[in-house]
Design a protein around this ligand. Structure first.
Ligand code: EPU
Length: 417
């Protein structure tokens, strides 16, 4: 397994270009199932999760080819309706093929994702929604087997907003008979991006980005040719990297509107931030102030930035309370940060972080994607050398991460197995 070694203490300086959003690209790739023909996706990041989704679509009979930030998906023929366990256990987002496969072929068999490092993450709301649309669902031997000759429009209320649940049902509803209302739908920018991609294929969707999405079923969709939005979590991670190293960094090719809640919080901790429509410049403070955060569905503070923000707070002046409201086990990075000298106590869903003057380099272990990013940030800020093990988590969601940090002057290198 590869490791990443960082010699901390360098203030990051320069420009970095943000890649396309992983969590927007994955559902848009799944949406290509709905438009028979040649689907072209632009600004797609080169990541392990994207390759996994490509391989899964190829397993379903589609052609998949990616060169740099462009992917071509040929979906004339769907020859299998099954997403096997091997794919789903590698990447939970594989479940995104459930809605489009069922809508296009009348049948889908998708392995049930198990729990993961950050929580149990059930998919009961995806299943409830498809049942409301008339699908017959059989759960056996670890698989969801769904059948429906033709899905029917329905009113579906989510007990809590779910990102991939909203995406799965929005895709399924595009080809259903009649109108579907998704109530208490997730409002993340990735939902709007998927809706825009589907609309470009001929779907009739209104309200994406609000809590109520209306989808009128159509008889068929054409292939897509679509450019993915920039990754707001990668953007937030680089913002934090500048903030934690007293750096001066300009982030290009991003959408500042999507990172508003994060920018506000970062400003309160002492960073100077300016932006125009697609770039953000951040100057980090000599030492950040402490600030509390609570993770919430969009437009609240994103759970995918909780670990990175907590790392910033480990060296802040004062004490900060970090409350995780989305996932029940998303504090795996705490034990690793403590090994680097952080002072953190967990009480239920809240971590109390008492800022220390500096972190000290140590060998640490990545446990999930965003926890890995937080350890990189800790390593960049720490005195001495940090070696992060199990960086394959990082490769799932951050494109060319060491190259991008190196470009900003970080002393970082990958140690190949
Ligand atoms: N939930 C249910 N039942 C369901 C679905 C969700 O109880 O049927 C619960 C979950 O257990 C969780 C909450 O609802 O407590 C929200 O989960 P959600 O379904 O929104 O998460 P997701 O769709 O599985 C996506 C992102 C995650 C991100 C979350 C929250 C993708 C591919 N994944 O997951 O991204 O953390 O939304 O914003 O879009 C990451 O990129 O590192 C990552 C984990």
């Amino acid at each position: 397994m590869d490791r990443i070694e960082i010699e901390g203490g360098t203030g990051l300086k320069g420009n970095v270009r943000i890649s396309g959003a992983k969590n927007a690209a994955l559902p848009v790739m799944a949406a290509s199932i709905l438009g028979p023909g040649e689907n072209i996706i632009l600004n797609i990041p080169l990541l392990r999760d994207i390759t996994t989704m490509g391989k899964l679509l190829a397993h379903l009979g589609m052609g998949y080819h990616q060169e740099d930030d462009e992917a071509i998906l040929q979906s004339e023929n769907i020859t299998s309706i099954e997403a096997p366990y091997d794919f789903v256990k590698t990447m939970r987002a594989s479940v995104l093929v459930l809605g489009p496969l069922l809508a296009r072929t009348g049948e889908a068999k998708v392995s049930l994702p198990g729990g993961c490092a950050i929580g149990a993450r059930p998919i009961n709301l995806h299943i409830m929604g498809l049942e409301k649309m008339g699908a017959r669902i059989n759960l056996s031997e670890g698989y969801i087997h769904a059948k429906a000759k033709k899905l029917k429009g329905a009113t579906i209320y989510f007990d809590m907003p779910t990102v991939t649940g909203t995406e799965n049902l929005m895709m399924a509803a595009t080809l259903a008979e009649g109108e579907t209302l998704l109530e208490n739908a997730a409002c993340e920018p990735e939902i709007i991006d998927l809706a825009n991609a589907l609309i470009s294929m001929g779907a009739d969707i209104e309200g994406a980005g609000t809590g109520i999405i209306k989808i009128k079923g159509v008889t068929g969709l054409r292939p897509l040719h679509y450019k993915i939005i920039p990754d707001r979590i990668e953007t937030g991670t680089f913002l934090t990297a500048a903030a934690i190293t007293e750096g001066d960094v300009t982030i290009d090719n991003c959408d500042p509107v999507h990172t508003e809640s994060f920018i506000s919080k970062l400003r309160e901790t002492g960073s100077e931030i300016t932006h125009n429509s697609s770039t953000i410049t951040v100057k980090g403070p000599a030492r950040p102030n402490s600030e509390d955060i609570k993770t919430m569905p969009y437009p609240g503070f994103p759970t995918d930035m909780q670990a990175q923000f907590m790392t910033l707070m480990t060296i802040a002046e004062g004490t900060s309370l970090i409350t995780e409201n989305i996932f029940e086990n998303r504090f795996m990075h705490v034990a690793e940060l403590k090994r680097m000298g952080a002072d953190i106590k967990i009480e239920g869903a809240t971590a109390k972080v008492k800022g220390v003057e500096f972190l000290k380099g140590a060998p640490v272990m990545a446990t999930d994607l965003r926890a890995s990013a937080s350890l990189i940030l800790a390593g960049l800020a720490a005195r001495g050398t940090t070696v992060i093990d199990r960086v394959y988590h990082l490769d799932r969601g951050y494109e060319k991460i060491e190259a991008k940090f190196k470009q900003l002057g970080a002393k970082i290198r990958r140690i190949k197995e």
